[in-house]
Ligand binder design. Structure first.
Ligand SMILES: [Zn+2]
Length: 302
């Protein structure tokens, strides 16, 4: 168990209880979320050690790692993923101003995104901690996917774009990864990080039932201000933010399910568009956000 007496991001001692929630998804174990009043970052207090967290990922239907998971919610997720894959590809091509380049996807899961980029002509590499997902992506898509231990062997300044789609919040060593991203990106390269937003309308509405707390798999819970502060501390600048508009539908349905709403599907499907519409007028309150980062000395021109 990892207990923090100081904020893991800014080292401030000014940390306090923020919310009590549970691992609604799998073990039902309770976990506390703490808030740092210094930098504003929220984090999961007393989370499992890195080597002891496997059992929290053990569900057979853990969608990120299994393409054949049953159930209506998972089907919705897969349809959304298809739409998002196209959006992600367009976003990367637009941001890098490259039709094809070199891409590293950290937390490449079942490999759908790198496969889509490969089909678009990109030279791609994935990093995936889960052996089963890594083997699956290699055999299904013929893509190059390495384990996390192999990142340090990758050559410096080699990538035009590094992506982390809902991955950073899972990493036990976020600083180490961000330093590696700083090393691996070409000087003008961009990093794209998608994260849940703990200051979103849906997060405030669902409170302890908000599905994107996803404790103890999610260790860090950012809002736009705290993520900017983290990125700045590691030599990056957030040059832009964008929405992941479909996430809120999945999150709303799951949150209603965790709340044990009688008609959770209907409730989630009704509330999802409501949160999405409100966030149209306030990007910083979107359920999930895509942060686009550049190295600090390379931000001119944006
Ligand atoms: Zn802090």
């Amino acid at each position: 168990m990892v207990h923090y007496n100081n904020c893991p991001f800014c080292r401030s001692e000014e940390i306090r209880h923020y919310l009590q929630t549970s691992d609604h998804f799998l073990t039902k174990e309770p976990f506390e979320i703490y808030e740092c009043t210094g930098c504003g970052t929220l984090f999961t207090q007393n989370h499992p050690e890195k080597g002891n967290s496997t059992r929290y990922y053990a569900a057979d239907d853990y969608i990120s790692h299994d393409d054949n998971a049953p159930g209506f919610v998972n089907s919705i997720y897969r349809i959304s993923r298809k739409i998002m894959l196209r959006n992600k590809k367009t976003l990367v091509q637009r941001l890098t101003a490259l039709k094809a380049g070199r891409l590293l996807d950290i937390g490449s899961g079942t490999g759908h995104f790198i496969s889509a980029m490969k089909n678009a002509g990109w030279s791609v590499k994935g990093v995936e901690v889960n052996d089963k997902a890594r083997d699956y992506s290699i055999s299904r898509f013929g893509v190059d996917v390495i384990s996390q231990e192999q990142i340090s062997a990758l050559p410096t300044s080699d990538f035009d774009c590094i992506t982390l789609w809902h991955v950073l919040e899972h990493l036990h060593e976020p600083f180490k990864y961000v330093s590696e991203i700083q090393r691996l990106l070409k000087p003008e390269g961009i990093c794209v990080a998608a994260l849940p937003n703990c200051d979103s309308y849906d997060a405030h509405h669902y409170r302890e039932f908000w599905a994107a707390w996803d404790v103890p798999r999610h260790l860090w819970h950012f809002n736009p201000a705290s993520f900017r502060s983290f990125a700045e501390s590691k030599g990056f600048t957030v040059i832009r933010m964008a929405r992941m508009p479909l996430d809120v539908f999945y999150i709303s349905v799951l949150s209603e399910k965790y709340k044990k709403s009688g008609f959770y599907l209907i409730n989630g499907i009704i509330k999802g568009p409501f949160f999405a519409c409100r966030a149209l007028f306030n990007l910083s309150a979107s359920s999930s956000l895509i942060y686009i980062l550049k190295k600090k000395d390379q931000q001119q021109g944006f």
